[in-house]
Design a protein around this ligand. Sequence first.
Ligand code: ATP
Ligand code: MG
Length: 183
Amino acid sequence: MKFTRLRLSGFKSFVEPTELVIEQGLTGVVGPNGCGKSNLLEALRWAMGESSYKSMRASGMDDVIFSGSASRPQRNMAEVTIVLDNSARAAPVGLNDDEVLEITRRIEREAGSIYRINGRDVRARDVQLLFADASTGARSPALVRQGQINEMINAKPQARRRVLEEAAGITGLYTRRHEAELK
Ligand code: ATP
Ligand code: MG
């Protein structure tokens, strides 16, 4: 599966609907301090099911919604969509009829998040497992936050092990075992 597009609306500083096309190869995002580069990576993580608002540099999940500026009122809704090319049919069972997968997370003030895959309502878990099986996701070691290298150097062995497990693509299996044990 390949990321092909990222659409944002009302997410952090991306107040107006914005679509980024992710071409083959290396993509660079450049711009002055505070222009929204880190917000873009956070949007990607958020739509993959990030549940920790702290790791979104927020003091509550509603803080990802555009909070207003001198010239624009705040928004009450934020939405991020990841578009995936699934022509290799590598998605989990049940999703492989579709050539393109659109994963959307939407949040409304004081109403929490909802998730959709190709327009169908799904659980946060479904989205998290989809990306975990593809060895990526909100906690993927491929996404390196500002300051994260220092955190890794100072981390305890268990925390470092989790990073290796994510990289090995077995986190989705742990989640499924945990769910099976609960049943
Ligand atoms: P740097 O080069 O310093 O790392 P950056 O390009 O990564 O900067 P970001 O951290 O992505 O910049 O963007 C920060 C900007 O996003 C700030 O101006 C901040 O006010 C704005 N911002 C964050 N959350 C919201 C929100 N909920 N509503 C409106 N603006 C927001
Ligand atoms: Mg930044």
